[in-house]
Design a protein around this ligand. Structure first.
Ligand SMILES: *[C@@H]1O[C@H](CO)[C@@H](O)[C@H](O)[C@H]1NC(C)=O
Length: 143
């Protein structure tokens, strides 16, 4: 489980450039508007959400108005490219959704043999994607 979670994080980091990496502001952005504080160069588990209309930049004050700043952690836009990069049909954390109510479902297209992705939503009974599956327990990294 832990090994898998780490691999997922590494892949997302690679795809998103500066996602989950501790920045000069001593925080690591986890999505466009969430971050956690870095201690000794490691991001803590407590995920904090920027104020409304603010994005995580990782700079001195971490969150800046979205009207003037770009988030350093961009959402995964091309799901097919994302899934191809993972190299394995599976369920993955949707970094664009800090609530964890959706996840990325990567599957192999039977006709082309290529990996494709779709966003799936967890059921109301088990609303939180915990890195493996949908669960009734909210993981620490979700808001
Ligand atoms: C995630 O949820 C699934 C499905 O409920 C469960 O089997 C698994 O143990 C959970 N994993 C963690 C790390 O909580």
């Amino acid at each position: 489980m832990w090994v898998r979670l780490i691999i997922t994080l590494v892949l997302v980091q690679y795809l998103n450039g500066e996602c989950d990496v501790c920045q000069v502001g001593r925080a690591a952005c986890h999505s466009e508007n969430t971050y956690s504080i870095c201690v000794n160069g490691k991001a803590s588990n407590k995920v904090i959400t920027c104020p409304t209309n603010y994005v995580c930049t990782g700079e001195k004050y971490i969150c800046y108005p979205e009207s003037h700043y770009d988030p350093i952690c961009k959402p995964v836009v091309d799901l097919d490219a994302y899934c191809t990069a993972t190299g394995k049909p599976d369920n993955y954390v949707n970094k664009d959704d800090p609530t964890c109510k959706t996840f990325i479902y990567c599957f192999k297209n039977g006709a082309t043999g290529l990996l494709q992705g779709e966003i799936y939503e967890c059921s109301t009974k088990k609303p939180y994607f915990n890195g493996t599956g949908c669960d009734s327990v909210k993981p620490d990294f979700c808001t």
